[in-house]
Design a protein around this ligand. Sequence first.
Ligand code: SF4
Length: 290
Amino acid sequence: MKSQVKVKVSDLTRYLICPRLVYFSAKEHHEGMAKGKERGFIESILLKELAFNLHKFYGERKEDDPEPEPEAESETETEEEHAKRVIDDTVDGVEMIYKEELKDVEKDFFEEVKEDFIRNLSMSTNTENGDWLEKVRTENGLLELENAYGYEREHAMLSEKLSMSGSVDKLIRTEEEVIPCMIKTGKCPEYSVWKSDRVQLAAYAMLIEEEFGFETTVKRGFVEYIRNAEFRETQIRRRDRALALQILKRVKRIKGGVFPEKGGNAPCDKCVFAEMCETRKTLLSTLFGK
Ligand code: SF4
């Protein structure tokens, strides 16, 4: 009989941060904004949306765009003005696209964060601080693929065999390949991609292979560290797949009710479950003298 425990790819990433996050998330369904982290949460959403619209900085077209973005509104529009307009337009739609995620955010606060975000990014599009825009515009493998083939946004997949589902940020399909691409708004590693990102890509690879058929083998993926405008390609190796499967099994056990040990580098000081975790620990110590 197939396992009834359904796992999301994001559970695997959560497990690598701290296995107990999987346990509490399954019990509490606590997603979204941690108290005191509202600004960071909104900024991440704004950055992510910008990553979905990078093609507009070049006047290129993505697969499900109704029409290509004009390169410049008028002949006199400078590159900076164009970039500023793209940022303004993108940020404007965010409230409607992320209605559910932003439902508890005060309108005034959202506007304030949005204004700051636009101001900071616009500052980095002027000639003195043009680093971010410069990097976004620099030729890279991902950009070339997106320009040539477009991408499908938030492609959702489900595998009955693995009892796992997931929605990959961008899915690029060439004549020979299906390539998953993830947008990350957090810190960028010095080289390559974080281990948790490799595991997540391997999980998407397995979902893609099941959806697209046996002859499809996903060999590579991309991670966009959008805050730093770094676009990293990584090979999806056997050991990443093996690790993803191993974690998948552990996540299923946790979601089935097993309370796990905390992670080695668990970020307890900024965890939304800190209180619950402490109570549970105290309860176990009382019961079993641990
Ligand atoms: S408080 Fe620490 S150990 Fe508990 S779930 Fe959060 S990160 Fe993990």
